[in-house]
Design a protein around this ligand. Structure first.
Ligand code: NOJ
Length: 604
């Protein structure tokens, strides 16, 4: 059975027939250096333009971050109150999941007005204050941009469903049923399914047609073949750019278009030729008609200039476009960057690296090589989890060495070439805490799919600030329970422990920002046959090389780095960071690592 929280990414794999691109590249020299800024620009201008290229972006789930008014739900003023913590951590930007007015069926991803703030989260004035306080600390605020669908309570949809002749009718995807007559609604137009369970078609009795919804029934899909929809979103983007946002994360972007033929999707079969059944009890479809369809790139080519052309002396700098891009292979990911003439995303999510879900050295090595070679000078956006996926402990942990493994993951995230996306609470090792009873579930997919699909509450629990009853999140009753682990895993406790995971994240972020090779330096894989240790070198012109070695096992291992191909002779390393037990200094071809040990050293 497949859990719905995994479906967003699995559907993409199905669509391309699991055609993983295998890059047969030798271990050395895999990446092209990132282009440097022209000399005519001042250092400050270059900094504003390049701020995102080696950035740490922190995902805030506003509902769960910090509540200031005691209603048990996080709010904008709570985020503002925690900016100093984020500054101290070293983040360059925060991405807020949606804070627009919403009935909150999908906790904000069902938007009823794109140009305001939901009263649960605050006001536009609170938002402006957040942006201004964040900018004072050189932290950019990125908004979520949900273009695939609206809430069924959005005025556009209320109009659209009011009559077949309403001017908004064609803003959504309406179709007659199969075999529909004047008195019989027939069957839904085809077999397409919602990612959140069951048919993707909802019958509307008043106007006697079906509308399409890739997600919940209450989230009707917009019709992107209608130019008026394009114009509406350009206006929305401009509205938020004027308020000083640093960019957008485009939600569910690969599901913007559907195949106009309305042909059925294929059913995924298991090895015995039987249909795979998903967590909702439906046959698993291959997504071939509803995901990553023609039209998507043209929309992004159109939206990118909307961000690029925005110019403001009050809020200078590149506006960054991030894509929620669960894609089946690196080739499809590359397309999301567009071309030099027609750029699309700055940073489409690279789920190839972070969603392996298994500590397997060879797969990580190959995926990191792919990110370096296939993406060329484009910068990968690395991430390991988010508000839709169980946290790192649940996907990579072994139940015994979870904190050590969280250090390993942090190392891959922050010491590899690319932009790092950190999900709130990962820096302190928050664990996935799913509900144990159906009556406690808040995320509707957990109700539809219980008990196989428990929903996404487990990775959305309140931020653990301290060891008090509600973990410092709220003075009221928290909307989701604070996990018992908060007594030990919390910011306050970890701030005073130099060996904490939080201290580890901070040290890594500091290295990412200060070691020249960690800025844009290529990732060069070392010791390519090793099945226990992942080792790589960061190399940039004119900067000392830096070696990173990560033990993926509970055994003590000694690395034997084969450096001949890279033209490097064994030399001393100066330790920059290490886990307890790793040596204080090492020679390049002999680094002893304890269980899940990690070592970073600069070549002398
Ligand atoms: C992706 C978002 O990350 C997820 O939380 C949401 O439910 C769907 N898109 C629908 O908007």
């Amino acid at each position: 059975m497949i859990a719905a929280s995994e479906m967003l990414r699995r559907i993409a794999n199905c669509a391309a027939g699991f055609a993983l691109v295998a890059a047969a590249i030798a271990a050395g020299g895999q990446t092209a250096p990132v282009k440097k800024m022209g000399t005519a620009q001042s250092a400050e201008q270059a900094n504003e333009l390049d701020w995102w290229k080696n950035a740490v972006i922190y995902e805030v789930y506003p509902r769960s971050f910090q509540d200031m008014n005691g209603d048990g739900v996080g709010d904008l003023n709570g985020i503002t109150a925690r900016l100093d913590y984020l500054k101290e951590l070293g983040v360059d930007a925060i991405w807020l999941t949606p804070v627009y007015p919403s009935p909150h069926l999908d906790f904000g991803y069902d938007i009823s007005n794109y140009m305001d703030i939901d009263p649960e989260y605050g006001t536009l004035a609170d938002f402006d204050r957040l942006v201004s306080e964040a900018n004072k600390r050189h932290i950019r605020v990125l908004m979520d941009m949900v273009m695939n669908h609206t809430s069924d309570q959005h005025e556009w949809f209320l109009q659209s469903r009011s009559s077949r002749s309403n001017p908004y009718r064609d803003w959504y995807c309406w179709h007659d049923g199969k075999g529909q007559t004047a008195t019989d609604r027939g069957q839904p137009p085809n077999n397409w399914q919602s990612l959140f369970g069951h048919s993707a078609w909802q019958w509307d009795e008043k106007t006697r047609q079906y509308y399409y919804h890739k997600f919940y029934v209450q989230q009707p899909d917009l019709n992107w073949r209608n130019p008026a929809v394009h114009d509406a979103f350009k206006e929305i983007i401009a509205f938020w750019l004027k308020r000083g946002v640093g960019g957008f994360r485009f939600d569910a972007i690969t599901t913007l278009f559907e195949d106009p033929s309305l042909a059925d999707e294929g059913v995924v079969l298991d090895k015995d030729g039987k249909p795979v059944i998903n967590a909702f009890g439906d046959p698993q479809l291959d997504g071939s008609k509803t995901d990553n369809q023609p039209g998507l790139h043209e929309v992004m080519e159109e939206m990118r200039p909307e961000a690029d052309k925005f110019d403001s002396s009050e809020f200078p700098g590149t506006r960054v476009l991030i894509g929620e891009t669960y894609l089946p292979n690196i080739g499809e990911l590359k397309k999301m960057y567009g071309t030099p003439d027609k750029p699309e995303f700055h940073l489409p999510m690279d789920t190839q690296v972070g969603m392996i879900d298994k500590l397997d050295v060879a797969t990580f090595r190959q995926r990191l090589i792919d990110a370096g070679t296939h993406l060329g000078a484009h910068i990968p956006l690395l991430l390991f989890d988010n508000h839709d996926n169980p946290r790192i402990d649940a996907r990579y942990g072994d139940g015994v060495h979870d904190v050590d493994i969280q250090r390993v993951i942090a190392m891959i995230l922050l010491a590899s070439r690319g932009v790092a996306l950190v999900y709130y609470g990962d820096e302190i090792g928050m664990t996935t805490t799913p509900p144990t009873r159906k009556q406690d579930v808040k995320d509707p997919i957990g109700i539809i799919g219980w008990p196989k699909e428990k929903g996404r509450d487990g990775e959305r629990t309140p931020m653990q600030w301290d060891g008090t009853a509600n973990a410092g999140f709220t003075s009221g009753a928290p909307w989701l329970p604070v996990p018992p682990s908060a007594a030990a895993i919390n910011v306050q406790a970890e701030l005073s422990d130099p060996n904490s995971l939080l201290a580890w994240y901070k040290a890594l972020i500091r290295l990412k920002k200060t070691v020249p090779a960690f800025d844009s330096g290529a990732n060069i894989m070392l010791d390519p046959e090793n099945t226990k240790v992942l080792s790589w070198m960061r190399q940039a012109t004119g900067a000392p090389q830096v070696v990173v070695s990560v033990n993926f096992t509970a055994d003590t291992v000694t690395t034997d780095l084969t450096l001949g191909e890279a033209g490097i002779r064994p030399r001393e390393l100066k330790t920059l960071l290490k886990t307890p037990g790793a040596p204080d200094s090492a020679v390049l071809n002999r680094i002893v690592l304890g269980p899940y040990g990690v070592y970073i050293g600069e070549v002398q």
